[in-house]
Ligand binder design. Sequence first.
Ligand code: PGA
Length: 271
Amino acid sequence: MRWIGTSWKMNKTLAEAREYASGLAAALEKNTRLSTAGAGEGGVQPFVIPPYTALAAVAQELGKNANSEGGVQLGAQNAHWEDAGAWTGEISVPQAMDAGATMIEIGHSERREHFAESDRTVRLKVEAALRHGAMPLLCVGEPAEVRDAGGSAEHILAQARAALEGLADSQRARVLVAYEPIWAIGASGRPAEIHELEEPFAALRAEFGGSTARGAGSGGAGSVAGLLYGGSVNVDNAADLLAMQDVDGLFVGRTAWDLAGFLTLLEIATA
Ligand code: PGA
């Protein structure tokens, strides 16, 4: 299975979120090939991760297309590891799920860098998501200095191990891992070359498996649900990225912030 999803990060008002979601619902009604998660190996599962404020509105606009087969999985951009309590400014996994999320993004590099997210809190959040039946979307990635020193694979394996080691196979099977090199993310990043991604992905695949039958050993015991790539994905590089043997999907920022971009990526993935 292939996963094509976007986090809107800190963007969109409620009106903008509703417009995007209703347009997405209409596109799914018109072209049922855009979301084919039930279609086995070649199936595509779209997902959208709005800001918390818009989660419920997006779920409402998507209606029967929210978190259903042939629809769009919804996620939250972060969640606290406790279920409730005196944690001003935080949102719990049950709250995110109550608003419509079935997926929790955890450990994005922007949160690690600016909000002191550590391997320890990432681990606690992965456990919290699993405890409540949500799918953790674990983000890992290395800074440019580490890449330049040849340490990309080692760096992301250490992050993934801290988050996933010791989990039961049945728990790991519900985790998505997104490899997002920090140097490739956002307006100040540069798109990665395919050859720069091969070794890190092969290392992840060897230890954590993945979803597509294309990769050797994937889907076996201890395998995660899928390995995604993120960082400056656009309509020009998406097909080449998806053609990589160890890539099960794409996690997209800017290109998918407008609906036309997201739909084009879904078309590329289902072509
Ligand atoms: P970008 O963001 O596609 O805008 O580079 C990717 C991400 O942070 O997931």
